[in-house]
Design a protein around this ligand. Structure first.
Ligand SMILES: [Zn+2]
Length: 178
């Protein structure tokens, strides 16, 4: 007969431990340069776990570095096309597609949780449209501009294996965060 302790261990071992800041991939990790795979319909139940991990790590980043509006699954080594954003409410973007990128662009100092002390000057489209599936696998469309537009361009790039360091406007477009 199992003791209560053994029983509890067996129960716990069924679940992967929650990802933490230690699981965040940092600049130079080859996985950050890989193109991610689409989420398949049968994988929808896993998305909830991935999002819980993304939420957890983003909270830790906010506590340590005082920034962080969104995170992409590959930053945690989950090589799937999922973005999690939490500004005033949590939003899950599954298999997002960007379109209607405006000709008008703007310049900004971008940051990234995978190199939290480095700022990179980049150009982003002022307006985009994003089509995606939500956490219930329902198609959604969102027209974004300015801060949301640049944020989702940054996160979408992660799904394509592109970091903002690769979009620096020139060789002096790097700054240490004070
Ligand atoms: Zn990033």
């Amino acid at each position: 007969m199992l003791t209560m302790e053994r029983h509890l261990q067996c129960q716990l071992s069924k679940f992967a431990p929650m990802k933490t800041l230690d699981d965040l991939l940092l600049l130079g990790d080859p996985r950050l340069y890989q193109v991610c795979d689409p989420v398949l319909p049968g994988e929808l139940p896993l998305v909830k776990d991935w999002v819980a991990d993304m939420h957890n790590v983003m909270q830790e980043i906010r506590e340590c570095y005082h920034f962080g509006r969104a995170i992409a699954a590959p930053q945690l080594g989950i090589m799937k096309r999922v973005i999690y954003m939490n500004i005033d409410r949590p939003v899950v973007f599954i298999n997002p597609v960007l379109s209607s990128l405006s000709d008008e662009k703007f310049e900004l100092w971008d940051d990234c949780m995978s190199f939290p002390n480095l700022l990179v000057k980049v150009m982003r489209h002022k307006r985009i449209t994003i089509d995606y599936l939500d956490e219930n696998w329902q198609p959604q469309q969102w027209h974004m501009e300015d801060a949301l537009s640049e944020l989702l361009q940054h996160e979408y790039d992660h799904l394509e294996g592109i970091l903002c360091t690769m979009r620096a406007v020139d060789e002096k477009a790097f700054k240490w965060r004070n």
